[in-house]
Write a protein that binds this ligand. Structure first.
Ligand code: ADP
Length: 381
């Protein structure tokens, strides 16, 4: 798993376990032959030999099995140390016990062999447990390091993309302004020199340049959501919503829109950006209202550790197949002739909401209306 540390500890740890196993098998055989020739009842010899040889075989099997277990080879030494440690501890306990005056400890050799053999198996068990826990910890650590590395790479690439989009849209503004200015001059000064077609072509060109201007403005704003955001303040969304409505009041009056709202929560955020979110959502609800005057209701609902603020309309709705892509940059479901727009409003909302630690989504039934919901972290107190 971590080859940098080499193979020495791995084979050394496994060999220790195997060597202890072989030792007990050999000692059990020696014990059996000495006792049998010494005239001890064979049942006694068999029981004791089994109690010594058994742990020896368990250790040998354990050493054989180790590579098949989900344990990092670097931690085999830990298992070997636990086996040896258990033997030493048992030896110490038995040595103390041996110094007792009572004669209950009549055959120290036998007990030493038996109990240390058994304790070495206990050591193997604890060692396996310990090595497995260390392996898990190492894996978690490696995964965390990998995640941190990927996170840093993503942030770096995100920063570069932001810089690129920001620089591109910023640098495009100047030549674009020149195109618009000179086309407008041509339209104003040389309109008489042009025929009907010529005037129409110039008007198309001005319209295209204006659209391009709107799109680069939107892209610039989109790419600068994080850079432009100040530190978050505790803000009352009622106030933010009021500001958004104030900015939209001409459109609201023109379209005779009815906008109602429930009390909204207090959250941490950038008031200018959250006002922009409300403004885009309410503005869309007015634009895509269908034939009837727009009706819009804003509500808030606390769900666990977050608030979900929803902007509901009873407009044209959105086909389920299109609901995912409307949050992508420049994605529109209608032509400019049907409804003017750049297709960046919802993408901008999504970026702002994500910058605030939330999410945005839509529930909609074509012909019945749409509910755009925004989740934002709830604040304490
Ligand atoms: P724009 O409105 O400039 O086209 P948006 O990103 O705000 O850009 O919206 C993307 C598309 O999502 C719109 O073109 C429209 O088709 C659809 N849409 C947005 N809001 C609504 C709504 N409230 N009802 C129906 N469709 C909507």
């Amino acid at each position: 798993m971590s080859p940098a540390s080499g193979t020495v500890p791995e084979t050394a740890g496994r060999r220790t376990v195997a060597a202890v196993g072989v030792m007990y098998v050999v000692l059990a055989a020696g014990w059996a032959s000495v006792r049998t020739t010494g005239g001890e009842p064979s049942l006694n010899v068999l029981i004791v030999t089994t109690l010594i040889v058994g742990p020896g075989l368990v250790l040998l099997y354990g050493a054989y099995l180790l590579p098949a277990l989900d344990i990092d080879p670097d931690f085999y030494t830990v298992i070997g140390q636990w086996c040896l440690g258990a033997i030493v501890v048992m030896l110490a306990i038995l040595s103390l016990y041996h110094f007792q005056p009572a004669d209950s400890f009549r055959n120290p050799h036998r007990s030493f062999l038996m109990f240390t053999a058994l304790s070495s198996v206990a050591g193997l068990g604890v060692g396996l447990y310990d090595a497995r826990a260390r392996t898990r910890a190492l894996e978690v650590d490696q995964r965390n390091r990998e995640l941190r590395r990927v996170h840093a790479l993503l942030e770096e690439s995100n920063d570069r993309l932001e810089q690129f989009a920001s620089a591109a849209s910023h640098d495009l503004q100047e030549p674009l302004r020149m195109i618009t200015r000179y086309l407008t001059l041509v339209e104003q000064r040389y309109a008489d020199a042009l025929d009907e077609d010529g005037r129409e072509f110039v008007a198309f060109a001005i319209d295209g340049a204006n659209r391009l201007q709107e799109m680069t403005d939107g892209l610039l704003e989109y790419s600068r959501v994080e850079a432009d955001s100040g530190s978050f303040d505790r803000i009352d969304l009622d106030d933010v919503f009021e500001d958004a409505l104030a900015n939209l009041h001409v459109r609201i009056e023109e379209r005779d829109a009815e906008v109602t709202s429930d009390p909204l929560p207090t959250v941490d955020g950038d008031p200018r950006q959250l006002r922009q979110v409300f403004q885009n959502l309410v503005s869309n609800a007015i634009t895509y209202c269908g034939d009837d005057p727009p009706r819009i209701h804003v509500s808030a609902d606390q769900r666990g550790r977050e608030w979900v603020v929803s902007v509901r309309d009873w407009g044209i709705g959105i086909d389920p197949d299109d609901q995912g892509r409307i949050f992508d940059v420049f994605q529109r479901l209608h032509s400019r002739e049907e409804h003017p727009g750049t297709g960046i409003g919802l993408a901008l909302c999504q970026r702002i909401v994500e910058h605030h630690g939330g999410q945005i989504w839509v529930d909609s039934v074509p012909g019945e209306g749409s509910t755009f919901s925004v989740s934002l972290p709830a604040v304490d107190g």
